[in-house]
Design a protein around this ligand. Sequence first.
Ligand code: ATP
Ligand code: 5RP
Length: 290
Amino acid sequence: MSKKHPIISVTGSSGAGTSTVKHTFDQIFRREGVNAVSIEGDAFHRFNRADMKAELERQYAAGNHGFSHFSYEANELKELENVFREYGKTGTGRTRHYVHDDDESARYGVPPGNFTEWAPFEDGSDLLFYEGLHGSVVNDEVNLAQYADLKIGVVPVINLEWIQKIHRDRERRGYTTEAITDVILRRMNAYVHCICPQFTETDINFQRVPVVDTSNPFVARWIPTADESLVVIRFKNPRGIDFSYLVSMIEGSWMSRANSIVIPGGKLDLAMQLILTPMIDRLVSESKRA
Ligand SMILES: Nc1ncnc2c1ncn2[C@@H]1O[C@H](COP(=O)(O)OP(=O)(O)OP(=O)(O)O)[C@@H](O)[C@H]1O
Ligand SMILES: O=C(CO)[C@H](O)[C@H](O)COP(=O)(O)O
């Protein structure tokens, strides 16, 4: 935690919707005049695509069938922790991009499946924003959760998460349903051991729940829409959260537990703005006074 240089981390599995949630944060940053420096979790993968394939084969041959991008050891989590620690102390740090597809390749000038060079953050940012797989990891080697001042979990129920991943990877990244299914299966061990535990560290979880049948996510023809879903919003520490204000502002919402509210899927953006804007303003104003 750093009063002077705050950090926000948004954590979710692949296809959970963290990039989508980043757009809402970007809107809040723009409207509130917050100068945020952003980093992507994929920048901290340990291997480029070709080296990851070779490493996977090596791990499989050695009997480690649980190795995947979700595994701690497939990522430079120490490097990420250094970036969090350094930013918290000095407001400086560095990042790079992992290029997934041709569009990103055109933007960054690096072939798909490779990293750009590391580059320093611009000076003078108000906060650091992380979005990716490992923003709240606590294990024997690293403790990322301790450095982030506001930790968000983006966790659709798993059938929906798979549908979102399948559709995004097929349409935007050119993979087949079979290849994506293999990746989902290969990542399941690390999903349970490396991804899920983070959602007890996060301050607020947003869990999208479809209200249409997703029993066979592998044949779904489209991603359930906002109107076909609800979102459960759970606060780790409900003290100070004005639930009656939220319920009165968000039409169709209700409290399902003393620390949780449920909203119609179409109100997610509004709910995030109502909940997150004062939190972000507080982080930035406290940093200016520190
Ligand atoms: N609230 C939502 N309503 C409808 N569709 C959504 C919602 N959130 C995400 N999606 C869809 O799910 C897919 C995956 O979302 P997104 O790209 O944001 O995931 P991600 O968590 O950033 O994945 P990765 O980390 O692998 O890049 C996209 O097609 C996106 O449009
Ligand atoms: O979204 C992901 C993790 O969050 C990707 O699966 C990961 O970045 C590797 O990508 P690719 O398999 O396209 O090289």
